[in-house]
Design a protein around this ligand. Structure first.
Ligand code: SF4
Ligand code: SF4
Length: 350
């Protein structure tokens, strides 16, 4: 893995003059599909700047964010730099940052923050991008203006319309972290989408490599996946009314949470390894299973063609109209262990 670049002179400056930080910024409501690290406004602001931005990120707890190296746009985070995902660094670079420095001179967990920068740089190097992130473990003495993520300045030239920013689009922020990193990598090194470099095949991504056998096409795993990484697509109907359904995985959306493994009623899903970043940045779906289904005669749910034509629930209801379907592991009288049989004691026996 590539070591992060670490720079900076010894810190000997006077007390900080940065602004007070009075609370976190939010990108919006929790259902808006964005990441909620407070960096949405910054990611929307960056591409609209008329000149490239040399960005420095400073932790919320830093005592002297206003003292440092000159010539940078200093933005104080809402939290700790160590809690940022590597994808955030990639997103900032893809949004038009010409240099990205993460200030760690007062960080309480520098090894964690350095690890994040390390991961981001490893991905950038493997993808063939020409930019990288700098971790700075020493400060500086020049007095600078410190911005907050929810209070960023409008450039005077942009206000006057003399030289507005030329880029409108920002990197979209879907929920899944691998998707955000992959989107940024495709912006920084467009060739990765069609022919990922071999180095990306050596870097493990968060997603799971799945194998599916014995799928009935019920769709439970699709509904259980929190990031909509699984899909079940039906083809055109066959002459007998059945359809071929394909269960597929979008590696870019998989976070490796294993929800689909536990949700599948057939135990059809197995994790057989990890996805690599080459799998993630390559656009497309990975087919996992193909199953021919018909609609359940009673409720319309998909059931495998050639079976009884009823889904498990309707089949149970037909065989036991007044019964309840209780799984064996649920405690209750239905599943109580049979009482031990003891021979009747003979009268007068000891
Ligand atoms: S893998 Fe399991 S949960 Fe998913 S559609 Fe197939 S049988 Fe249903
Ligand atoms: S492991 Fe399964 S449930 Fe979790 S994100 Fe990946 S596909 Fe979805």
């Amino acid at each position: 893995m590539t070591a992060p670049t670490v720079t900076g002179p010894a810190h000997d400056g006077p007390a900080d003059d940065g602004p007070a930080h009075d609370g976190p910024a939010h990108d919006g409501p929790a259902h808006d599909g964005l990441a909620h690290d407070g960096l949405g406004p910054l990611l929307r602001w960056l591409p609209r700047q008329p000149d490239p931005v040399d960005l420095e990120l400073v932790c919320a707890e830093h005592d002297r964010p206003g003292r440092g190296r000159a010539g940078r746009t200093v933005v104080q985070l809402d939290g700790c730099a160590a809690t940022l995902a590597p994808s955030v660094h990639l997103e900032l670079l893809a949004a038009g940052v010409s240099s990205l420095t993460v200030r760690l001179d007062e960080c309480l967990a520098p090894e964690v923050a350095l690890g994040v920068v390390d991961q981001a740089n490893a991905l950038l190097t493997a993808a063939g991008a020409t930019v990288h992130v700098v971790a700075e473990v020493t400060g500086g003495v020049r007095r600078r203006v410190v911005h907050r993520t929810d209070d960023l300045p409008v450039p005077r030239r942009a206000v006057l319309g003399l030289r507005p920013g030329t880029r409108d689009a920002v990197v979209p922020r879907p929920v899944a972290d691998p998707a955000r990193a992959a989107t940024a990598l495709r912006v920084l090194a467009p060739a990765v989408a069609t022919s990922p470099p071999a180095a990306l095949s050596l870097l493990a991504a968060p997603g799971a490599r799945l194998e599916v056998t014995g799928c009935t096409g019920c769709g439970t795993c699709v509904r259980s996946c929190p990031t909509a990484a699984l899909s079940l697509r039906a083809g055109l109907p066959h002459p007998d009314g059945s359809v071929t359904q394909v269960l597929a995985l979008a590696p870019v959306d998989c976070t490796g949470c294993d929800e689909c493994l536990t949700a599948c009623p057939e135990d059809a899903v197995r994790r057989v390894g990890e996805l690599t970043w080459a799998d993630v940045v390559r656009d497309g779906l990975v087919p996992l299973a193909e199953v021919r289904t018909v609609e359940c005669r009673r409720c319309g749910a998909p059931v495998p063609a050639g079976g009884g034509g009823l889904c498990p629930v309707c089949a149970f209801r037909r065989s036991s109209p007044f019964g309840s379907l209780v799984f064996p592991e649920v405690p209750g009288p239905q599943n109580a262990a049979p009482a031990p049989t003891t021979a009747p004691r003979a009268p007068g026996a000891a």
